[in-house]
Design a protein around this ligand. Structure first.
Ligand code: ATP
Ligand code: MG
Length: 363
């Protein structure tokens, strides 16, 4: 099938890399001719063609997108002519933190206390209810922890609101979590569901640095609860494709942080560590193919992001059971330009390999 992707970053690139063996073809909407996906299919450059969304619609048998910040209006228009998966509803809800929280409430899925904030006065009222510390976030367009302000005391309220630049926001209670976990699942057009194991995510300054897959010390009970929440969300959205839930693990159990209607950075380990990768499963789902087995093929896996600088990649290539993935992006501070997947037979072996990747991990 011809698959149109809105966006041409690393997620689109990895979707295409997994889709070609299944005989699919790819087209991307781009902003420049030098994006991670630019060499992986036809490109419809927003600056060169009159209407890149219309061009991708004419090209594709099915359209998908690589970011929850995609314009809903564009997806609505394309859907009138070509199937779009995940559908408009998944996009509409997951691109807005307040809508997401409403969905969690309606499905009885626990999350941090929260309140919509549209003014300084709203913020003061919300803080009266939620208390300190709390975290103020823009309702839309956040990524890698951008557009967030942690408020510890009264003296920071004005500064916090100023930092939002007047956009719709949400105040969340600050969760004192033990770990951050995420669950990736895929739902097919025929309503088949498959789940990857819960993984542990380690962030630094709001940016994901490392994923351990599967997460250590997860009993069946927690995996079952996470899958139960996932199933409710997938079914409510009538979602087709991959969906990710980010969780906080707390003393009182799992709280949902947010969802993403797409393949996720915390699922990159599946390329080398699972029977079927998240990328292939997304492609299988949106093209109506049977879903693939999500079982890990190694006891322990890890993914380390390459942030800002490419580093000494030859030393990575010399390591056993280790795979390098670069995205054809220029080096820039805090930019995700690649990742490294490590597979191991034991936790000790994994730790040993990770200690060889110190150049890529925060001190
Ligand atoms: N309510 C909260 N309590 C405590 N920490 C939080 C809370 N919300 C977010 N954080 C921290 O900030 C990080 C980024 O927040 P969040 O995932 O909501 O934003 P994002 O910009 O969408 O990030 P990403 O693109 O990495 O998913 C979280 O991974 C977590 O470490
Ligand atoms: Mg997040």
């Amino acid at each position: 099938m011809k698959i149109g992707v809105i966006g041409a970053g690393q997620l689109g690139r990895m979707l295409a890399l997994s889709g070609y063996p299944l005989n699919h073809q790819f087209g991307f909407t781009t902003k420049s001719n030098n994006e991670p996906s630019s060499m992986l299919g036809l490109v419809f450059n927003e600056n060169e063609c009159q209407n890149s969304a219309e061009s991708i619609m004419n090209f594709a048998d099915v359209v998908t997108y690589e970011s929850e910040n995609t314009d809903v209006e564009i997806i609505r228009n394309i859907s009138k002519n070509v199937k779009v998966f995940p559908s408009e509803k998944s996009l509409f809800i997951s691109q807005h933190r307040c809508r997401e929280k409403k969905l969690f409430d309606s499905l009885n899925i626990p999350c941090a206390p929260n309140q919509k904030v549209n003014s300084l006065n709203d913020l003061r009222l919300a803080l009266n209810n939620i208390g300190f510390p709390a975290i103020l976030k823009t309702a839309t367009n956040g990524y890698d922890g951008k557009g967030q302000f942690v408020i510890h005391s009264d003296s920071q309220i004005d500064k916090a609101w100023d930092s939002m630049n007047g956009v719709e926001s949400i105040l969340e209670g600050f969760v004192s979590f033990k770990r951050e976990l995420s669950l990736i699942a895929v739902r097919g057009i025929d309503n088949d569901h498959k789940y990857y194991p819960l993984v542990e995510n380690i962030h630094h300054n709001g940016i994901l640095r490392k994923t351990i897959a599967p997460a250590n010390r997860i009993d069946h009970n927690i995996q079952d609860i996470a899958e139960k929440y996932m199933r409710k969300i997938l079914d409510e959205l009538d979602h087709v494709g991959v969906l990710t839930i980010e969780f906080f693990e707390t003393d009182k159990g799992l709280l949902v942080n947010e969802i993403a209607p797409r393949v996720h950075n915390s699922g990159h380990w599946t390329i080398d560590g699972a029977t079927t990768s998240q990328f292939e499963n997304h492609i299988r789902a949106i093209t109506g193919m049977p879903l693939g087995d999500t079982t890990p093929i190694h006891n322990c896996c890890a993914m380390v992001n390459i942030i800002g600088k490419t580093g000494d990649t030859n030393s990575v290539l010399k390591m056993p059971n280790t795979h390098l993935h670069l995205y054809n992006k220029k080096e820039r501070k805090d930019r995700k330009i690649g990742h490294i997947n490590v597979n191991a037979g034991s936790v000790d072996e994994l730790q040993k390999r990770l200690s060889q990747l110190k150049q890529y991990l925060p001190k």
